[in-house]
Design a protein around this ligand. Structure first.
Ligand code: ADP
Ligand code: MG
Length: 231
């Protein structure tokens, strides 16, 4: 469902570089990325989502080579096929909880807001334990509640690829377990691939694959390849 080959990336104004020779994840499979701050975990998720453009190599999601799409098509492809939980959530402050979860319908003219979708949004909020907050402004939520809204929004359209950047960073251990199980169950049910970043090593056994990222050392120009990828 996601296939990476010979991926290379550098930021224009930073010495950081990322190289991934090969990484394949089938539908229904889950992978977790662990590694220190600054090692490139968020960068890889943004490359997988087509938010950043690769400097070399290829990323195929389903059967689409995402970096070959033009900007408009890539954005549409992302809206329909990729669920993203950003590290900073990226909720819309002037919308309430339910409206934030339903945002993918507003952003994508090809999806109409049906009663079924509204019911799914509420079911996801219930599974995440925040159904009672559905009419509340997201500006009046705790960090952990905001995080759960972002997770429900990412799962709404049952995307084929779910990318979650430290989605349990602000949650207590019990809620963390609940949220990780929600992500795993939802992606398994829709035969989607899940890639999650975490610092919580107690979560690793729940995933099919563990991808450890090595610290990036500035001042060297050596290739950096996260270990644990297929090569
Ligand atoms: P992680 O998520 O593992 O903490 P990131 O992927 O956010 O790491 O960042 C990897 C490195 O890339 C960081 O050390 C940072 O200096 C650099 N970096 C991140 N975002 C940018 C950017 N927009 N422009 C330039 N450099 C960046
Ligand atoms: Mg990060």
């Amino acid at each position: 469902m996601i296939s990476i080959s010979k991926l290379q990336f550098t930021y224009r104004d930073s010495p950081f570089s990322l190289q991934i020779p090969e990484l394949n994840l089938a539908g229904g499979q889950s992978a977790v990325i662990v590694g220190p701050s600054g090692s490139g975990k968020t960068t890889l998720l943004h490359l997988m989502a087509g938010i950043l453009s690769a400097t070399g190599g290829e990323i195929i999601v389903g059967d689409t080579s995402i970096h070959k799409l033009n900007d408009v098509d890539r954005r549409l492809f992302r809206l329909l096929n990729i669920g993203l939980v950003f590290q900073d959530f990226q909720l819309i402050d002037y919308l309430n909880v339910l409206e934030n979860v339903l945002l993918p319908c507003r952003l994508n003219p090809s999806i109409s807001l049906t009663e079924d979708l509204r019911a799914r949004a509420i079911a996801l909020l219930t599974s995440a334990g925040i159904q009672s907050l559905q009419n509340r402004s997201v500006t009046r939520l705790s960090q952990g509640e905001r995080q759960r809204v972002a997770i429900c929004r990412a799962l709404l359209l049952s995307p084929k690829l779910v990318l979650a950047d430290e989605p349990t960073g602000n949650l207590d251990p019990a809620t963390t377990q609940r949220i990780v199980q929600l992500l795993l169950q939802e992606t398994s049910r829709s035969n989607a691939s899940l890639v999650m970043v975490t610092h919580d090593h107690s979560l690793l056994p729940s995933f099919d694959r563990v991808i450890p990222f090595e610290p990036f050392v500035y001042g060297t120009h050596s290739a950096q390849s996260p270990s644990g990828v297929d090569s």
